[in-house]
Design a protein around this ligand. Sequence first.
Ligand code: SF4
Length: 380
Amino acid sequence: MLHREPPLRMKYLDEYRDAAKARQFADALQRVTTRPWRIMEICGGQTHAIVKFGIDELLPSGITLIHGPGCPVCVTPLELIDKAIEIASRPEVIFCSFGDMLRVPGSHQDLLSVKASGGDVRMVYSPLDAVKLARENPARQVVFFAVGFETTAPANAMAVFQARQQGLTNFSLLVSHVLVPPAMEAILSSPTNQVQGFLAAGHVCTVMGCAEYEPLARKYRVPIVVTGFEPLDILQGIYLCVAQLETGRAEVENPYARAVRPEGNRLAQQLMKEVFRVIPRKWRGIGEIPQSGFALSEAYRDFDAEQRFGVAGYTAEESPDCLSGLVLQGLKKPHECSAFGTKCTPEHPLGATMVSSEGACAAYYRYRRRTPVEAQRKRE
Ligand code: SF4
């Protein structure tokens, strides 16, 4: 059996991609695995690493990895994209977003099409860039598309905090923030749930800490292992998860201690608490999950782009061809969708999971994963 700590006390990034050490983890997994287990990696970044490095092909045949809903672009509801497009089309607006939201299809077009038609849509690298734009363009309305999980929420909170401190009345946020633990609870409480253990998203825990996972582990008797993003991080997370399952334990473990403290980042948590309030949020392809997202708090409601531009009441219907809801819940793999690689490609995506750099469909397409992992194992 592998010791838990020493293999991952390393200095350089490429050490976390060491093939010999990966093989040791795979061998150790073979030794501890006595029956089939289904483990969900929450984060789309982990999904990409798994497919890119072929981690699932290294595992014992009984272990199935289920790709989770942790891709912020993928779970942003269609109507939010439509709202963004409506706001970005207005002549007085400079609409700012991270790059991967620009190509996500709304009901009829995407933000890049708005830009091509003359809309002032700008890709920024930080929400604070949008605050700077608001300061430099007092005659324009600057809107930032605040999308993401607990990882991006602190920077977005800081942007609106600074905008208020600077007295900017031409800055607002279009908020679509979602939270990981309520989504895990929705998966675990579903009658179709297949997940027996979780790899929690390490960067989310860097902000939020580990404590909020304890009640889930106890209530649903699931191991939850805080996991990083390099191949050895992921193999270690799977190994510890399987070790718990095999011995009947259901605990929160944090082998990603180089980035995650148990209490998380308290300053970031305080700022989020001041700027945001927790509300029910709709997840694209999944539906509404109670207490699963952020909206601006009462103190910051003047910075709410939905209110400022009167787009709060939008609704939209998903394409019937797209199974991304089932993919996001781990009930289907991307290659099981009949549109995968034919009607739906990264150049012409039908659903957000094919657009986003963290989407499962994009990962399967990019790394040429067109067949089930079981078939790939048989060929080796
Ligand atoms: S391949 Fe395209 S259509 Fe199919 S689930 Fe993925 S995003 Fe949707």
